[in-house]
Design a protein around this ligand. Structure first.
Ligand SMILES: [Zn+2]
Length: 133
C-alpha cells in the first residue's frame, strides 16, 4: 500500500546503493565523524559522546553544533576548535586491518592516545585481577 510513496522519496541522485559505494572508498577513520580539539584548553569534542554540559545529544556532529556553542571547559567559540580526525576508529581500510595497523596514518596526538589508552586499559585490567576471589 505504501510502496508507491516510498519510491517517490528516493531521488535518482541519492540512492542508498551509491552512498554505500562511496563509503567503501574511505578508511574506517574517515567514515567515522571527526573529533574536534579545543586549541585553548585541549578539550576534545567527540561526536559519539556529545556534550552533557551543553545539552548536546550523543551523535551530534561538531559541524552541526549551534554557532553559539562554547567549549564546556574554557568557554571559547567553535572557531577555536581544530579537526583532529576520528577518534576510537581504526585508521586503515577495513580489508587491510589484518595486514597492518596503519600507525603511519596517525597524528602524534592520536598515537599518544593509542599508546597511553592501551596502557591505561591494560593497567585497569591488571588491577581488576585483584578483585577476583
Ligand atoms: Zn576549551
Amino acid at each position: 500500500m505504501n510502496e508507491s510513496a516510498k519510491e517517490e522519496q528516493l531521488t535518482p541522485e541519492e540512492t542508498p546503493a551509491q552512498e554505500e559505494k562511496l563509503s567503501k572508498e574511505k578508511t574506517l577513520a574517515e567514515q567515522a565523524p571527526p573529533s574536534y580539539e579545543c586549541r585553548s584548553c585541549g578539550y576534545v569534542y567527540v561526536p559519539s559522546k556529545g556534550d552533557n554540559q551543553g545539552k548536546v545529544p550523543a551523535g551530534t556532529l561538531f559541524t552541526d553544533l549551534a554557532n553559539d556553542w562554547r567549549c564546556p571547559v574554557c568557554g571559547v567559540r567553535k572557531t577555536q576548535f581544530i579537526n583532529i580526525g576520528a577518534q576510537g576508529a581504526p585508521s586503515g581500510f577495513a580489508e587491510n586491518l589484518d595486514y597492518g595497523l596503519g600507525i603511519n596514518r596517525l597524528t602524534p596526538s592520536q598515537k599518544n592516545i593509542l599508546i597511553f589508552g592501551a596502557l591505561g586499559i591494560g593497567f585497569l585490567f591488571f588491577l581488576s585481577l585483584y578483585g577476583l576471589n
